[in-house]
Design a binder for this molecule. Structure first.
Ligand code: ADP
Length: 257
């Protein structure tokens, strides 16, 4: 336990435990990792000490979103997170090459997650965001077992079908007795420079999901070219283009956590 505390594992006994938010979605491609990255940077910009644990082992996009291709260094048997845009990062993506198939089984995943929580020298953190794989899988269950006071943030698009799959992710948390911090609706209406707002992916999914889970809608992030471009160049939009419409929505959501 002394080693754990010394190396700052987030479950360490001597540490003040950070607030842990697990970011979940029903399916891939709804912007879960993009939202995670930007919430982290927005929180860091308010002076909080923030870590992101990328547990999306099949789609680890956190290193790319933060523009990081350095592997973490080891310090006396513990790994140091990589720091980018004011956020401390750890990802399975740092340890595998892109074309290397990764075969993870439940117990391995559990162990990897435990190591990322306990053997990473996170230092003092106020907030840890965990980017979960899409769906309701072993990792989500492991995380919620390892960190029972984690809260879940569910990301969905406005489409009715998308919010129905997202609901299962929320329900799983509820079944495990885990608190749901709220719902983020991403890819909400498209704000055209012409002034018109178009609900490209429909409307109402975020509210329907929040109502169905009995939690609040934390906010809506519009479809925004600047958000997508920022992700592609590895500079989260709240850091690189703070005036973008998506950036202000993401800052507001971070402020509500
Ligand atoms: P997930 O983690 O749910 O699989 P990603 O965060 O990887 O999804 O996002 C998928 C793609 O959608 C990325 O190319 C990202 O830049 C883009 N994207 C996410 N949210 C938005 C948005 N609000 N507006 C425009 N593009 C977005």
């Amino acid at each position: 336990e002394r080693v754990r505390a010394q190396f700052g594992g987030v479950r360490g006994v001597l540490n003040d435990r950070p607030a842990v938010y697990a970011v979940a979605s029903g399916k891939g491609g709804v912007g879960k990792s993009t939202v995670t990255a930007n919430l982290a940077v927005a929180l860091a910009r308010t002076g909080k000490r923030v870590g992101v644990l990328d547990a999306d082992v099949w789609g680890h996009s956190i290193p790319l979103l933060f523009g990081v291709d350095r592997a973490p260094v080891a310090l006396g048997g513990a790994m140091l997170p990589v720091e980018a845009h004011g956020v401390r990062l750890m990802s399975t993506g740092f340890f595998v090459s892109d074309d290397e198939p990764l075969i993870w089984r439940g117990p391995m995943l559990h162990k990897a997650l435990q190591q990322f929580l306990d053997d990473v020298h996170w230092g003092e953190l106020d907030v840890l965001l965990v980017d979960l794989p899409p769906g309701t899988g072993d990792i989500a269950i492991s995380l919620l077992e390892l960190v029972p006071d984690a809260q879940v943030v569910v990301v969905t698009t406005p489409q009715p079908a998308a919010q129905q799959v997202a609901r299962s992710a929320g329900r799983m948390a509820a079944d495990l007795g885990i608190a749901i911090a709220g719902v983020v609706e991403n890819m909400s209406q498209f704000a055209c420079a012409c002034g018109r707002h178009t609900p490209l992916f429909g409307a109402g999914g975020g509210t329907a999901l929040a109502d169905g889970l009995g939690v609040s809608l934390l906010g809506r992030v519009p479809l925004d070219v600047e958000l997508r471009e920022s992700g592609d160049i590895g500079v989260p939009v709240v850091a690189g283009r703070p005036d973008a419409p998506s950036a202000s929505a993401l800052r507001d959501i971070a402020g509500s956590l």
